[in-house]
Design a protein around this ligand. Structure first.
Ligand SMILES: Cc1cc2nc3c(=O)[nH]c(=O)nc-3n(C[C@H](O)[C@H](O)[C@H](O)COP(=O)(O)O)c2cc1C
Length: 186
């Protein structure tokens, strides 16, 4: 069976970002769920995208998007929306076909108690423009500064369960949409 590839797209480049810990916690849970799932964190710091709207010339990133069966966005909430680094990633491709008809889940990260509810809502219209499908299971790293120990381990079992449920749902949808896409080109 082909493995399901679910890259984790980290939303921010900020120095001291807590979202990196959240992304790593999600990565750890994803690999524990099944050996049939592969993942990795795509870090906007490593993409070297030009500041303006120039199309991406990063073939490595383009190949990852093409290979992806679904996406996991881990993004902090900045002024009720997502950071420009995440928008820059999503604006980088002229050809949107590698994104199309693929599912996603979103983990919001915030220091406040709402766990990025507003950034999740703000991201939806952008993902819709890329023809990415988001179901009803979100992840909320609320009060993120309280959720990790010094070694970066996630302490909160409720958030871990939320991640696990959302990822299992994503895997199901990734399989359904993958076979749907394959049946279209067959
Ligand atoms: C520019 C900026 C705007 C922010 N706006 C919000 C906000 O609207 N709502 C919120 O809950 N937290 C907000 N925060 C706090 C973040 O939730 C906090 O930094 C958290 O650790 C997640 O972001 P990080 O990955 O950059 O650390 C903001 C932080 C920054 C740097």
């Amino acid at each position: 069976m082909n493995k399901i590839y679910l890259p984790i797209i980290l939303g921010t480049t900020r120095e001291g970002r807590m979202s990196e810990l959240a992304a790593k916690a999600v990565e750890k849970i994803v690999v524990q769920i099944s050996e049939d799932i592969t993942t990795e964190i795509i870090d906007p710091r490593n993409l070297n995208l030009p500041e303006d709207g120039t199309a991406s010339l990063n073939p490595d990133f383009q190949e990852k998007i093409k290979q992806a069966d679904g996406f996991i966005f881990v993004t902090p909430e900045y002024n009720h929306s997502f950071p420009p680094s995440l928008k820059r990633i999503l604006d980088a491709e002229k050809d949107l076909s590698p994104y199309r008809i693929k599912p996603a889940i979103i983990a919001g990260v915030s220091s406040g108690m709402w766990g990025g509810v507003r950034v999740i809502e703000a991201l939806l219209p952008v993902l819709r423009a890329l023809d990415i499908y988001v179901g009803s299971r979100d992840i909320h790293f609320y009060k993120v500064q309280e959720q990790f120990d010094e070694s970066g381990e996630l302490l909160n079992p409720q958030i871990a369960t939320e991640v696990e449920k959302a990822v299992l749902d994503l895997v199901k949808k990734a399989k359904i949409l993958k076979s749907g896409r394959e049946s279209l080109v067959a």
